[in-house]
Design a protein around this ligand. Sequence first.
Ligand code: HEC
Ligand code: HEC
Ligand code: HEC
Ligand code: HEC
Ligand code: HEC
Length: 286
Amino acid sequence: MNSTRLALVVVALVATSIGIGIWVGKRAQPAPAALRPAAVALEPDAAGPAMPDYLRAIWNPLHFRPAIETARDEQCLACHREVLEDRVLAKSPAGLEAARVQAWYQELATYAGDQETFHRRHLVTPFAQRVMSLRCNTCHEGHNPREEAPIPPTSGDAGFTLRKQVDPAKSCLKCHGQMDWKLMGLPAPWAESKATFAGSCLTCHAGIRTNRHKVNYLKTEAIEAAGQENSDSCFGCHGGRPWYRIAYPYPRHAWEGMGPEVPDWAKGRPTESEPRFLVGAAAAKP
Ligand code: HEC
Ligand code: HEC
Ligand code: HEC
Ligand code: HEC
Ligand code: HEC
């Protein structure tokens, strides 16, 4: 090892121990009582010119558990107004007009209004507000940057490129999985078989699995009303906009008139919604 390399190694070691020191110091601090602004001071470090330390710059107790579990949307929006305020461009840089472009998943009867950003489609569009009441922490559960996935084949910190802010299997899949028409006993996928069932999910679901949607991010009654007007309201969250090839394994709540035996596919399924989403009497149960 020549002396330049040795010097570099020493610098790296010193930098690492400073980093650990800062991290330990930060962990040792008592949890701040109120919000505090993210630290943004950019100090020059030993290795070169001033560089922002990303993880330090964005450190805020609200990004992590437990504070994120009880965070109110206003608290997040105090710093992240852009999430709801930014709108899509009226025209792409290549000249495509947003108003004249429509994707396959925008062809349901419930799709309305201008093109919108992802966050606005889930939080502020009229249909979203009618049937759901998602909050920031419904999807954002607080990631831990120390548990990020490295990019194979290396096992080192590869720049956090695979870092996820949201666990899709516990969020998106619930409303964007496939419709499991075979399990329901339909002869063919919904598009082909809906006419046989008077075009409505409620032909069957007025009596089957009626104990549904009692979670704090869905509007239980409003969903039933919307489903009576148009089955696309139901289908939209149960196969009409699928980003997956699989269906979500929904909890199977007991309902009035339910038969005594549990079908094979339902063995091992939960019979209650996830505890963090329970509302009313169900939430009060131990
Ligand atoms: C005091 C200000 C502040 C508050 C409050 C705050 N954040 Fe942040 N957040 C930041 C900053 C600064 C960044 C880094 C932004 C950047 O890199 O452009 C960030 C980044 C993020 C990111 C992207 C992280 C990444 O590594 O790419 C997400 C997601 C996020 N915040 C969600 C939330 C949520 C959800 C809440 C509420 C529970 C919240 N934030 C509250 C300041 C805040
Ligand atoms: C329907 C689920 C969902 C809800 C609700 C949601 N987010 Fe996100 N958010 C996401 C996803 C998915 C990403 C991209 C995550 C990734 O890249 O890993 C994201 C990204 C972000 C980012 C990173 C910057 C960006 O725009 O890509 C911020 C900041 C953020 N969300 C803040 C919020 C805040 C504040 C709220 C509440 C007002 C909120 N989110 C509500 C799913 C959601
Ligand atoms: C609780 C149900 C629910 C969850 C969870 C959910 N979505 Fe959605 N999503 C919807 C609904 C409803 C719409 C249509 C809203 C409308 O028509 O205004 C939609 C629309 C979309 C669209 C279309 C946007 C557009 O402009 O057409 C995308 C993309 C999308 N969701 C992605 C995701 C991703 C990614 C996640 C997980 C981070 C997610 N969704 C979680 C219910 C959900
Ligand atoms: C022919 C009658 C019938 C029609 C029409 C029908 N379903 Fe079903 N559905 C069923 C049956 C039967 C089950 C399974 C009941 C059980 O748990 O034993 C089921 C289960 C479900 C489940 C839970 C699946 C799971 O994995 O636990 C969802 C969600 C669902 N249906 C949504 C819909 C939607 C949305 C529509 C309309 C687009 C629809 N169904 C149309 C009969 C039907
Ligand atoms: C905004 C999205 C959304 C809409 C609209 C929607 N669902 Fe659901 N549905 C869900 C989610 C999310 C769950 C799982 C909730 C949970 O974890 O308990 C669910 C669960 C179900 C279940 C399983 C019930 C059980 O045993 O827990 C059935 C059946 C069902 N939905 C049928 C329907 C029908 C019929 C309609 C129309 C009247 C409809 N859904 C509209 C999102 C939606």
